[in-house]
Design a protein around this ligand. Structure first.
Ligand SMILES: [Zn+2]
Length: 310
């Protein structure tokens, strides 16, 4: 779990505890209303406690009051037992009593909320729920089918070890419509199932986030800049179609990629540009560093049929 959603999650748990407390109070009031004898005994208990506190403060003896308090406590507990009264607090999650943690580990209920947050933040526009199983390369007869099938297998193996793989960077180059985005979506949807925070952006959206950050514009997009850095898996699609703003596009892209690499965050760039075009547009430093074999998987240019026209 990343810290980005901490405040939101704390807020959810806090309000659950408040609701549980309010519910407990109203249950308690209802029980007392139904049992006037119990209500009376509790009133006596409270006044005895007050008396003891007063006597203690005045350094007077509390013996009599204490023994009456013991008696009253016993009467109360006998009454509760005899009438089978239960003062249970109705927590939303009894497992963690709405704290979100159990044995210092995130509780299932917290993970569920976390998962719904990372899904909500997956992208700026609704994405299709494409999965590994939905790819049709085994049967569609496209010229890139064999290569894409191999790529699907390789990516599944790598991303099954998301937190232990040495690969941080992924570069998918290929012609339009050969199936790059679908593969990325399958990876994204699989990772979401495993509570990995994934952010999918087009390069156009990403550069707009950079621009708002650069110009200190207080927009919802700019708020997303921290998530661009913090999310565990960033997918940038259509790299090369975004506008190139001086001092922004290349500079922010470079610093973002470096920061993410430095923290072992995974980044996938998807583009229709080939290697020389990428170097021409973003410079050799950025491309060489991103695609270093030590921590990168770069898929050479995928050619084939546009699947949308099959
Ligand atoms: Zn819980």
């Amino acid at each position: 779990m990343i810290n980005y959603f901490n405040q939101t999650l704390e807020g959810i748990m806090n309000s659950r505890r408040t609701i549980a407390k309010e519910r407990a109070q109203s249950d308690y009031n209802a029980i007392l209303a139904a049992h006037p004898d119990l209500k009376e005994k509790i009133k006596i208990k409270k006044s005895l406690e007050l008396e003891i506190a007063r006597n203690t403060a005045l350094k007077k003896s509390c013996d009599e009051a204490s023994s009456r308090l013991n008696e009253t406590d016993k009467e109360i507990s006998d009454y509760i037992k005899a009438n089978n009264i239960k003062f249970a607090v109705a927590y939303t999650c009894p497992l963690c009593k709405d704290t979100g943690y159990k044995d210092k580990k995130p509780c299932e209920c917290l993970l569920k909320e976390y998962n719904s947050l990372i899904r909500k933040n997956l992208s700026l526009t609704p994405l299709p729920g494409f999965t590994y199983k939905d790819n049709t390369f085994a049967t569609n007869g496209a010229p890139q089918a064999e290569g894409m099938n191999k790529l699907y297998s390789k990516m599944q193996i790598v991303f099954n070890k998301f937190y232990s793989t040495r690969y941080s960077n992924f570069l998918l180059c290929g012609a339009s419509g050969v199936g790059k985005t679908s593969l990325a979506l399958a990876i994204a949807n699989d990772l979401l199932d495993k509570n990995v925070s994934v952010l999918y952006l087009t390069s156009f959206e990403l550069v707009n986030i950079f621009l708002d950050k650069h110009t200190h514009k207080d927009t919802a997009l700019r708020q997303l800049y921290n998530y661009v850095l913090e999310c565990e898996m960033l997918i940038v699609d259509n790299l090369g179609t975004e506008p190139v703003y001086k001092n922004v596009t290349v500079e922010y892209l470079l610093s973002t990629l470096e920061k993410r690499l430095g923290e072992n965050k995974k980044t996938m760039l998807i583009t229709q540009l080939n290697a020389p075009q990428l170097v021409g547009r973003y410079g050799e430093t950025l491309i060489k560093k991103f695609a270093d074999k030590k921590y990168s998987i770069s898929v050479g240019y995928i050619e084939g049929k546009d699947l949308r026209n099959l």
